[in-house]
Unconditional design. Sequence first.
Length: 359
Amino acid sequence: MTSKSKWATTRKWGTIAAAAFAGATAAQFAITGGAMLREVFKYPDPVEDGADPRLNTPTHAMRSSVVGTPDGTLLHVVASGDIADSDEILVLIHGWTCNTAFWNAQFNHFGGTRPVVAYDQRGHGLSELGSVKPSVEMLGQDLQAVLEAMIPEGKRAVLVGHSMGGMTIMSWAQQFGAGMEDKVSAIVLCATAARGVVQRQHLIPDSLPTLAKPGKKVLARVFTSAPLPLPVNSLTARFEHYVSLGPVARAAHVAFSDQMVSACSPTARGAWGAAMYRLDVLSGLDKVTVPTVVVSGSADLLTPPKHSIEMARALSSRGFLHSHTTYEGSGHMVPFERADAFNALLDDLLVGVSEATGS
C-alpha cells in the first residue's frame, strides 16, 4: 500500500470514528433531554386561582439610584424606608435570571415601615453587564460596592440572598468577611448552594441508562450557559413551572416567574450560568460570624435540600446557625411561593436582631 493510500485509509477511519463519537454524543443528549422532557410534562397544570396581589408592583415610594463598581459597571439599586433612622437595613439580593421585582412580596410586606435595599445583579434588570468576564468573585465584589454606597456608617445590614444571591453573600464573606459583625447583623441564605450547583441539580432524572449519563453533564452545562433568547408562551411556562416552582403551583406564580426569567438578557444569563459552573464558596461560611438562617424548598430541583443541609451543618459546627427551615412542597422560588411564611420568618429574625442589640 502506498503512503497516499495509507493516508486516505487513516482519514477514512478517522472520519468514521468522529462520526461514531458525534452520533453517540447526540444519542446521549437525546436520551437525557427526552428524560427531562417527560418529567416536565408529568407536572400537574398550575392552579388557576387568580392574581396574587403580593406580586404587584409596590405602591409605596421606591427610590431608584445607581452604584458604581470598581471596574466602572453601574448597578441599579432601589430603596425604600428611612435608612438613616434604623439600625438594621434589609438588603435583598436576587438570583440568576431574576431582577429586583423578584422581591415584590417582600417590598409589599414591609412597605415603607422597614428600610429595604435591593439591587439588580450585574447584567440583570437595569444593571449593566460591564466588560469584565463574570465570575463568582465578582458577585461578592458587587455586593461590597452596594454595601459601601447604601449602608451608612454605624448602621448594619441584614443580608437576604436567594439562589445566586445566597452565593453572592458567601462570595462576599470569602473576600470581605473579616469583622463582618460591624456591618452585618444577620444573614438569610435561601434556596441556594455553596458548591457544585450545576453538577448537583435534580432537573435531569438520575434514573438514566448508563450510556446516557455523560449526556446529563452536557445538558446541564448547555442549559445554564447557552445564551439563547427565551420566548414567553405555554411551552416555556411549562418548563418554568418544572424548573423553578413546586409541582403544585399557582398559575400567577408560574406566569410571574416565566416573564421575569424570559426578560433576562440571554448574554448575561449564559455568562453567569457559565460562571456558576465553577462555584465553590463553601469556605465563605467559615468567615460568617453572625446568626444565619438557611431556607429551602423540599421540591426545589435547582438547589435541592442537600445543599441547605450542607450549609446548615457548616454553620452549626461553628455556632452561627440561627435556624434551618424547609418549606414542604415549595420549589426554588420560596420568597413568593411561600411569601407569608417567609415574610414571617424575616419578621422574627428582625425582632431577634433588634432585641439582641437593644435597638
